[in-house]
Design a protein around this ligand. Sequence first.
Ligand code: ATP
Ligand code: MG
Length: 428
Amino acid sequence: MSQSIQSVRGMNDILPGESESWEVFEQTARAWLKSYGYRPIRLPIVEPTPLFTRAIGEVTDIVEKEMYSFEDSLNGERLTLRPEGTAGCVRAVIQHNLAAQRPQRLYYMGPMFRHERPQKGRYRQFSQVGVEAFGFAGPDIDAELILMGARLWSDLGLEGVRLELNSLGQPGERANYRAELVAYFGKYADSLDEDSRRRLRTNPLRILDSKNPAMRELIAGAPKLTAHLGAGSMAHFEGVQQVLRDVGLAYEINPRLVRGLDYYNLTVFEWVTDRLGAQGTVCAGGRYDGLVEQLGGKPMPACGFAMGVERLVALMRESGDDPEPDAMDVYLVHQGDAASRLAPRVAESLRDAGIGVLFHCGGGSFKSQMKKADASGAAFAVIIGDDEAGAGEVTLKALRAEGNEQKRVGLDRVADEIMNAFFDGDDA
Ligand code: ATP
Ligand code: MG
């Protein structure tokens, strides 16, 4: 016997039992996005590597060490499995001139790929829902994006997801801050971990984003960006907070929140929970007004967020409700030559009427088929033997009702009988 092949480390199968929760998540998310007027955009999973290096920034976790890149063996082009969705979305907006006439509210869902060390809540293939708004400059859209998050958590029945907010100001304002940070961390160069020492030279803001607990105290004492924000940035930040206060959404300003990607300016935010251990950020985003131009488009304000579906589904399941797979309406039992010729037609006619049918495959005695029908959880067995087939009828048996009533029903009446029983059941 040859050895079986396993999935790639950090890339998981999602099996029935859990996949139902994913469907609940996706259906809830689609309805929620629609209710805010966001439209779906479907993007490729592979993009040219330079798209990500230019968009995300050379000195970021993603570009430094997490991208799955390869050479197209036909033409030598450098390609990358997308590590996130914003870059591709911006590329598509530029390429198709999408937001030239009017602003666009867009969303996408799907797998992202990062070469990380796999652990709970951190995988090499993971799924995001990303939401992006193009062409809106004011704080109102930032606030809308944040309010959306709160509504989704409530639609999903999640509690204890809290909002952290910060402003990164504009690139010019960050330059002064950068100098101050370099001076501060420079004093403690001996206490910096290796990553941070490197970043002190390349991208000191990123030190604040360090996940190393040993760095926490040092980071807590670092100077704050807020002191460097100009009047315009302060007004924008205040505008966002004003809406949140008006609507009554609680938030906490976290001056260390810098986000792991280079393209952000002004508003940044994260939704965080304590219930998932170390990987507690379920959703993160912010404004990225410079990115469209940076990727070759006409300057255009933009902002958005992405959420990690694995973490949200984990939170849904942690909150205790595992959705049961929908029980089937009918299990179709059939035996005998004439019956088995008739059975597929009966099943299809029931499905025409919107009734779900689990069709017995594989033959066997009536008794063994009826056992499977009982075990299936279906509401009814539709039973066809040669006797029924000859008479143009079926036997309809209620599997979950008291007394397991059964009766013979003409072929043209089966769907109606079942539908009526369902509606009667609803009244009761
Ligand atoms: P982290 O700080 O956890 O590494 P990040 O800043 O790299 O997150 P983003 O790029 O902002 O994450 O992605 C948005 C969301 O996607 C995260 O908040 C998280 O919920 C999810 N996410 C990111 N990386 C992974 C991963 N490797 N596995 C599972 N979910 C992830
Ligand atoms: Mg990361």
